[in-house]
Design a protein around this ligand. Structure first.
Ligand code: ACO
Length: 332
C-alpha cells in the first residue's frame, strides 16, 4: 500500500471532523465529494448559500455540514471565544465578528477551539501566511513548544536512501528566523512527525554546508549549537550534525565525512538550516526526482491545521485532509 493510501486507511479507522473554509473555490467541493465518498473524514464547509450554490455545482456534497457564517446559531459562541482569546490584543466583539465574516479561516479555527471540529485545512486560494496566521493567533502552540513549523513527507521513487525513499523535511514552510534553539525544537518535532506518518525510528540530520567543522562560519556554528541543544533536550534521539546533505544520505560519504556517526549515511529526517534551504530543497526533490511531496503539514500547533499550495489539485486537498485527520486522532 502506498503512503497516502495507508494514511487514508488510518483516517477512516477513527473518523474526525475537518472544517474546510474555502467555499469560494471549486476544488474544495471536488475534494469534499471524494473525502465523503471514501469515508476519510466528516466535513464542515463554511460558506454562504450563494457561495455553496455557485461552486459546488456538479459535486455531491450532501454528506457535509454547511455552516453559513452570516447565519449560524453558534456564531455568538465563536465571537465570545475570539474576544476571550484576543481581548488583550484589543479585539472587540465587533472586530471579531467582522474578521470571522471577512476571513473564514478565523471561523474555522474558532470551530476547532470550541470543540466543534477536530482540525482545519485551507490554502487552495489563500497564501501560507494568511492561512496559518489565524491558527497561530487563536489555537497557539502545544504546551512547551515555542514555534510552529512546517514539514513535508517526501516520497521519492526508486530511492535507496531514507526509509525506502520516505523522508521528513523541515522547516519548509513557516519560520523565517531560525536560530539554534528553534532548529533543535524543530528536530524534536520532526522526529515525532516521522514516527507518526512514516513509522519506525527517526534518524535526524541537522543540515549545513559543512560536515563536523569542515567549514567555519556563523551559519555553521548556528547548526552545531542546535545539535548540542537537541542532544540535551532529546538524549534518546538518533540525531547528528552539522552534516552536508551527501554525508547525511549516502553511507560511503557519511563514513568519510562523519565516521562513527549513528545518522550520517542513513538519515531519514532532514532539518534544514533556513527556510530558504528547506523550501527550495523540497521543491528540487519534488520536481527533479519526481517525488510526491505531502504537506506542508504543520507541527507544534495545539490542534491540527494545515495549509495547501495554491497550485494544488483536489486530490492534494484529499491527502492533506487525511493527514490532518490522523494528526487529530493523535492529539485527542
Ligand atoms: N510559531 C508560533 N507562533 C508564531 C509563529 C510560529 N512560527 N510565528 C508567529 N507566531 C505568532 C506570533 O507570536 C503572533 O502571536 P500574537 O498575535 O498572539 O502575539 C502571531 O503568530 C502573529 O505573528 P506575526 O509575527 O504578527 O505574524 P506574521 O503574519 O507576521 O508572521 C507567519 C507569521 C505568517 C508564519 C510568517 O512568519 C510567514 O509568513 N512565514 C513564511 C510563510 C511562507 O511564505 N512560507 C513559504 C511558502 S509555503 C510553501 O511553499 C509550501
Amino acid at each position: 500500500m502506498n503512503f497516502l493510501e495507508s494514511i487514508k486507511e488510518r483516517a477512516r479507522a477513527d473518523k474526525k471532523t475537518i472544517v474546510l473554509p474555502e467555499s469560494m473555490d471549486k476544488r474544495t467541493f471536488e475534494a469534499a465529494e471524494k473525502i465523503l465518498k471514501e469515508g476519510i473524514a466528516n466535513l464542515i464547509i463554511i460558506g454562504t448559500p450563494e457561495e455553496i450554490e455557485e461552486n459546488s455545482k456538479g459535486f455531491d456534497i450532501s454528506g457535509a455540514t454547511i455552516v453559513d457564517p452570516f447565519n449560524d446559531p453558534n456564531k455568538q459562541k465563536y465571537i465570545d471565544k475570539f474576544v476571550e482569546l484576543r481581548a488583550k490584543k484589543g479585539v472587540t466583539a465587533e472586530m471579531a465578528k467582522e474578521q470571522m465574516e471577512k476571513d473564514y479561516m478565523y471561523y474555522a479555527c474558532l470551530m476547532c477551539k470550541c470543540g466543534d471540529a477536530d482540525g482545519a485545512v485551507s490554502g487552495a486560494c489563500h497564501s501560507t501566511g494568511n492561512t496559518i496566521r489565524p491558527a497561530l493567533q487563536l489555537l497557539k502552540t502545544k504546551p512547551g513548544i515555542s514555534s510552529v513549523s512546517g514539514f513535508f513527507v517526501m516520497d521519492v521513487p526508486d530511492c535507496e536512501f531514507g526509509d525506502n525513499g520516505l523522508f521528513v523535511f523541515a522547516d519548509c514552510a513557516v519560520n523565517t528566523d531560525l536560530d539554534s534553539a528553534k532548529l533543535a525544537e524543530i528536530a524534536g518535532l520532526s522526529a515525532e512527525s516521522f514516527k507518526t506518518f512514516v513509522g519506525g525510528e527517526p534518524k535526524v540530520a541537522m543540515l549545513s554546508y559543512s560536515s563536523k567543522g569542515s567549514a567555519k562560519h556563523d551559519d555553521v556554528t548556528k547548526v552545531a549549537e542546535a545539535v548540542k541543544i537537541a542532544h540535551e533536550k532529546f538524549p534518546d534521539l538518533q540525531l547528528d550534525g552539522e552534516l552536508q546533505l551527501d554525508a547525511a544520505l549516502v553511507p560511503e560519504v557519511g563514513e568519510l565525512k562523519a565516521p562513527g556517526s549513528p545518522v550520517a549515511g542513513h538519515a531519514n529526517t532532514l532539518v534544514f538550516p533556513s527556510l530558504e534551504a528547506g523550501n527550495i530543497g523540497y521543491k528540487l526533490v519534488q520536481r527533479l526526482a519526481k517525488a510526491e511531496a505531502y504537506g506542508p503539514v504543520l507541527q507544534g500547533l495545539s490542534m491540527p491545521v494545515n495549509d495547501l499550495s495554491r497550485g494544488c489539485f483536489a486530490d492534494d486537498i484529499v491527502g492533506v485532509v487525511a493527514m490532518t485527520a490522523v494528526q487529530a486522532q493523535l492529539s485527542k
